[in-house]
Design a protein around this ligand. Structure first.
Ligand SMILES: N[C@@H](CCC(=O)N[C@@H](CS)C(=O)NCC(=O)O)C(=O)O
Length: 148
């Protein structure tokens, strides 16, 4: 497990001119975009568990996405996605749970069943809250644009 104290060198984002990494070579990879909050939360989960060396970070430039990402990695063409054990999974909340259960490192959820239940409740509440905030921001943008 990584010490967690050393500063990770962040790789440059891959774009349409970049070659794909070695896909399904056995190295777990977390495909993210640096600016995507959904990807950021999976990235945080990976780092909280000290998995900087076990799970390779593969940043994607979403504005100039490489074709191979959709074709060979994740047909949904969104970030985050996680390549592990010859499979690629998506959906940030599922990935946080997956990373927590399938990799070493401190548990992200409490062991005590009642605390865990509360943590699960907070976890799903946060997701609904976050989605509501994002969609209201998008609606504001649409409303603002319609004024012109
Ligand atoms: N529900 C997904 C949302 C992921 C998502 O929408 N990611 C955005 C970037 S923040 C994306 O990849 N957008 C690209 C697209 O929709 O084409 C999750 O929680 O992982």
């Amino acid at each position: 497990m990584a010490s967690g104290s050393s500063r990770e060198m962040l790789p440059p984002a891959l774009d349409s001119s970049s070659k794909p990494p070695a896909i399904f070579d056995g190295t777990p990879k977390l495909y993210i975009s640096y600016s995507c909050p959904y990807a950021q939360r999976t990235w945080i989960a990976r780092n909280c568990k000290g998995l900087q060396e076990e799970i390779k970070l593969v940043p994607i430039d979403l504005k100039n996405r490489p074709d191979w990402y959709k074709e060979k990695v994740y047909p949904a063409n969104k970030v985050p996605s996680l390549e592990h054990n010859n499979e690629v999974k998506g959906e940030s909340m599922d990935l946080i749970r997956y990373i927590d259960s399938n990799f070493e490192g401190p548990s992200l959820f409490p062991d005590d069943p009642s605390k865990r239940e509360f943590a699960e409740e907070l976890f799903s509440y946060f997701d609904s809250f976050y989605k509501a905030v994002i969609s209201s921001l998008k609606e504001d943008k649409i409303n603002d644009a319609s004024k012109f």
